[in-house]
Design a binder for this molecule. Sequence first.
Ligand SMILES: Cc1cc2nc3c(=O)[nH]c(=O)nc-3n(C[C@H](O)[C@H](O)[C@H](O)COP(=O)(O)O)c2cc1C
Length: 184
Amino acid sequence: MTITVAITGASGVQYGVRLLEALRDLQVETQLIVTKSGQDLMSIETQHSLNYVTSLARQTYEETDLSAPIASGSHISDGMVIIPCSMKTLGSIAHGISSNLVTRAADVCLKERRKLVLVVRETPLSGIHLNNMLKLSQCGAVIMPASPGFYTRPATIGELIDTLVARVLDLMQLDHSLSRRWGD
Ligand SMILES: Cc1cc2nc3c(=O)[nH]c(=O)nc-3n(C[C@H](O)[C@H](O)[C@H](O)COP(=O)(O)O)c2cc1C
């Protein structure tokens, strides 16, 4: 299995790092893009170096690299997760503006009818944000707000992050034991 993961410049970069760690542990191949703003947020919000984060992925591409394999529909993949997804990236995808590798790879997923999960983060949301989410949901993307549940009573921020990342793994139909399920 091979999944594209993009980390953009919204708050919650930790979700993306944790997803990469979980995918590595599950031996899923990942292709990673971290936007310039994603890198900025990584140093603002986490203690992770970019080197550590890229070491989790099988392959890392620059956001400017529009000739990367994942920019083409002829390159087979099992889908893409943008985690976290900024409103700028959301808006670009919703309007078909494939100006960087994140938005182009997402556009490819939509046109090839592959799974596209957008872990969006902003608060509050404007009508523009909501319209862009509706549009992409109608085009087949999964809009997943970065709002973890509390019903597992997470005791640490790490556990809270895992409750959300676990739901992303569920969406990608990956078997895992990252977080307790309701009823377990
Ligand atoms: C500290 C900080 C937090 C931010 N948080 C968010 C956020 O939660 N959601 C969002 O849409 N943009 C957020 N932004 C703004 C984005 O980083 C900005 O729109 C950027 O252009 C996104 O670029 P990208 O989508 O190419 O990564 C934040 C910026 C900073 C500096």
